[in-house]
Design a protein around this ligand. Structure first.
Ligand code: URA
Length: 441
């Protein structure tokens, strides 16, 4: 293989053969192909795309760049969920124990937050002692014992994606559907699942700002999942405002605890129940998604979901006393309410700006190796459609550095638009896609 020829081939819009893809990707993983050649090839893919078959072969090569976990020794249909991420998206923290409490094994591999978006691993690690760095053996033992496990991508799972994603992040080649599909699906298909539910977010705080792009991504991910024999369902959900009220790691865990105890936050739980319904349906424990939603509601009402969460925290080394009594957790040193000083109805929130405000508080990271402040973040009090009085706080900011509080307050103030006329609340779930196509709700 001559790397430059494969770069040229892609640059000209030709299709690489399975053998060429394998040699090129594996050559990159083992260091034979340098970053600059992979970067050039990624940019060629960005402009030229991939054929359907090529994308599936690319995914296969990425999956087999590392260990493919076999969970067939565990009875039942193993189902996971993947979200394309956003601001205040804490669904996985509730969803994994909830679905496991309904008898479906949930092996979940999640990511960290970067830029304006949060990550499930950071949220879980805000629980003192919680370990997300289990090796594959402990991963298998945990799911076998309690029916759920939540870890991060290890060095053995899809290592080609790990290396390529870091390069894409700094070469402006992230926003490319075949590369995203290969990246997401290689990790999911290597973790041992039988079926997958996707939450593809759209709006100002999402990766896919336009709904049409989110639908296209969902359809592509479903096409890849199904071609590997995994039943895959996707939902297009709103990310034009934070999901729930909390943004920031421990603040979000606290919100999840409240929801799991039955004090539900409407938008967050509507999305959670729909995804849970789909997972329960794919797991064979209900005849439809709607029926699966009812099963999930019962697991919250009976306390079974919260019990399963306690079990998960305990099993992965976390201190359950903070889950049983969240007020024990240290508070951020400073807090400040955000008041707009004008009245009206919230018509728009720049959710990217809210995500950046969260990052400014210390809840996020600017660079991959930055440390984060688990106590920092934002509690949103007013969402789209809500009426705001002149003195009403729209949010409260929590941080351990005074300057960060002021900067975040400014950023949140700039993110809100008010209108004199009443505004309809936003729809939380736009539609659903499966192997037969997309259906708007
Ligand atoms: N998330 C991933 O894991 N990979 C991508 O390419 C984009 C989002």
């Amino acid at each position: 293989m001559i790397p430059v020829e494969l770069i040229k081939k892609k640059r000209e819009g030709e299709v690489l053969t399975p053998d060429e893809l394998q040699k090129f990707v594996n050559g990159y993983v083992n260091g034979e192909i340098p970053d600059y050649q992979m970067a050039a090839w990624l940019m060629a893919v960005y402009f030229q795309g991939m054929s359907d078959t090529e994308m599936k072969e690319f995914t296969r090569v990425m999956i087999h760049s590392g260990t493919v976990i076999d969970l067939s020794f565990i009875p039942g249909v193993k189902v996971d969920k993947h979200s394309t991420g956003g601001v205040g998206d804490k669904v996985s923290v509730i969803l994994a124990p909830l679905v496991a409490a309904c008898g479906i094994p949930v092996p979940m591999i999640s990511g960290r937050g970067l830029g304006h978006t949060g990550g499930t691993l950071d949220k879980l690690e805000s629980i003192p002692g919680f370990r997300t760095d289990l090796d594959i053996d402990s991963y298998k033992k945990t799911i076998e014992k309690i029916g759920v496990v939540m870890i991060g991508q290890t060095k053995d799972i899809a290592p080609a994606d790990k290396k390529m994603y870091a390069l894409r992040d700094v070469t402006a080649t992230v926003e490319c559907i075949p590369l995203i599909a290969g990246s997401i699906m290689s990790k999911k298909l290597a973790e041992g699942i039988d079926a997958l539910v996707l939450d593809v977010k759209t709006g100002s705080g999402a990766f896919m700002r336009k709904k049409s792009e989110a639908i296209e991504l969902a359809k592509t991910l479903i096409n890849v999942g199904e071609s590997f024999g995994k039943r895959t369902i996707g939902f297009i959900t709103d990310m034009n405002q934070p999901l729930g009220n909390a943004v920031g790691n421990w603040l979000e865990i606290e919100e999840c605890i409240r929801c799991m105890k039955g004090n539900e936050i409407q938008d967050l739980m509507e999305v959670t129940y729909r995804l849970a319904g789909a997972m329960i349906y794919l797991g064979g424990k209900s005849g439809s998604i709607e029926e699966g939603e009812s099963v999930a509601r019962e697991a919250i009402e009976s306390g079974a979901a919260f019990e399963k969460f306690l079990q998960l925290v305990n099993e992965q080394g976390g201190d359950v006393s903070y889950i049983e009594n969240p007020t024990r957790y240290k508070k951020a040193e400073y807090n400040k309410e955000v008041v707009l000083g004008k009245e009206g109805f919230v018509s728009e929130i720049d959710n990217y700006g809210i995500g950046i405000a969260g990052l400014i508080t210390g809840a996020g990271r600017r660079k991959i190796d930055d440390s984060i402040d688990y106590t920092a973040g934002i509690i949103i009090h007013k969402k789209i459609g809500d009426r705001v009085g002149k003195e009403d706080p729209i949010a409260t900011v929590y941080a351990n550095e005074k300057k960060n509080v002021e900067d975040a307050v400014l950023r949140i103030t700039e993110a809100y638009r008010l209108s004199d006329d009443a505004v309809e609340p936003r729809q939380y779930i736009y539609g659903m896609a499966d192997k037969n196509g997309y259906y708007d709700y």
